[in-house]
Design a protein around this ligand. Sequence first.
Ligand SMILES: [Zn+2]
Length: 362
Amino acid sequence: MDVSSFSQSYKVARKNFLKACADASLNVKSHYHPLLGSEGEKLALDVALLGPPSASNLMVLSSGVHGVEGFCGSAIQIDHLRNNEWIERCQNQDLAVLFLHAINPYGFSWLRRVNEDNVDLNRNFINFNHPLPDNPDYRSIASLLLPQRQPPTLFSTLGLASYALRHGTKALQTAISRGQHSHPDGLFFAGKEPTWSNHQVRQIIQRLGRQCQRIGWIDIHTGLGPCGIGERIYKGRNNPDDIARARHWWGEKVTTNTDGTSSSTVLNGTLDLAVMEECSQAEYNGLTLEYGTKPGPTVLKALRADQWLQNHPNTDDALRLKIKRQLRDAFYIDTNTWKQQVLEQAREVIELTQRGLLKKNH
Ligand SMILES: [Zn+2]
């Protein structure tokens, strides 16, 4: 399988995405970000629609919600745009395919999982008119997660290990990754207001997602689970009929955050909430396609180091480069084997999504 759809930087990924859209005769609407990228390039959330806006069925393929994880999602999008046979098949159906390239372009370009405000976008889709949810568990380990020293002291690492011993490793993972509003310079910070990307996504789906009857949304991520395996994590309403439908579409191996089957845990403020809110007329079928990269402790170590770097802007270049490299390697496995595994599984999941959407007798 051709893995040339993978890029080595946001700048090249964007160029390849725009080229693939042009070659497939798709118009692109670019939502420009107010800041520039790490190479001085423009940053944008690029939007392309294949098929008629009036189609009853809308498939959405989104990448880069978590910045640096965009290497993977971008490649999957480009791989499909370059596949003429697949495009032709889409065109003869009551179907439109919406590509959202680099929802968090800042994090993609600057090699961060979060955005320009240190916000984890996939925790930011909450209702900010209500009081912000508290995460006391995060507060209790915040100083252990991000001690003054880098690499972290043995004391802090043992402190986290002891939390896991007392409460279980899943509880530790939830405390860290659920999302928190109390530490703007901490990990998995969910923000104090809707981010730039949150606004753009809502605008886009208000424009393009309100005419359809069904939505099948594949949001591509990396960093959790066994290396090279694309976990199909259910996203949507926590009700048995919807979960059963997801398993009918994508197979029994669909996992959920709520019943402990997923390598992810219960999260606040994820993207699917905004889609269900903005496009309430449609039946929503959502999946986080989450590809494993490195073991969990390695990924967490990379995230802690990157946040430390962010909080210590005067760090020398050698250490900065090392930490950035470590972060990229934690979310993007730059080998042919991994890339092939990624593309093969994505093709299958996208095929199944299409079939699910077009199934008769809804
Ligand atoms: Zn992610």
